[in-house]
Design a protein around this ligand. Sequence first.
Ligand code: 5GP
Length: 125
Amino acid sequence: MPVAATGDYDDGNIFARILRGEIPSQRIYEDAFAVAFHDINPQAPVHVLVIPRGPYISWADFSARATDAEIAGFVRAVGQVARDLGLEEPGYRLLANAGVHAHQEVPHLHVHIFGGRQMGAMLPR
Ligand code: 5GP
């Protein structure tokens, strides 16, 4: 079910639990600001999620409340993970869903990294 991108942060959401190590994930990267792991239901040969460690619901929430260091650290982590995955040369797609119209399902900011095949048109028409 899609979730609203506004309101209070839900500390029991699935990515908060992954961050706390309560639920297993296939982590491929972590640093002080971000964690990256494989999506449980991949939609491309490479489908990785990058999340900030802090409690932010969406890009709007993160950009409004996070510190400059958190924002820089998270953005750098997304780029680093894409490079580490070898996606620079063939190319890849970044996606961050926010709220009901975008069908955001987990109310903790996440950037999807898709790669490993032609991605096709940006959105279904
Ligand atoms: P959204 O629609 O919110 O942008 O995407 C949420 C993503 O989280 C989906 O691609 C879904 O497959 C993934 N996901 C949901 N639950 C889990 C989980 O427990 N572990 C992992 N690794 N991914 C999950």
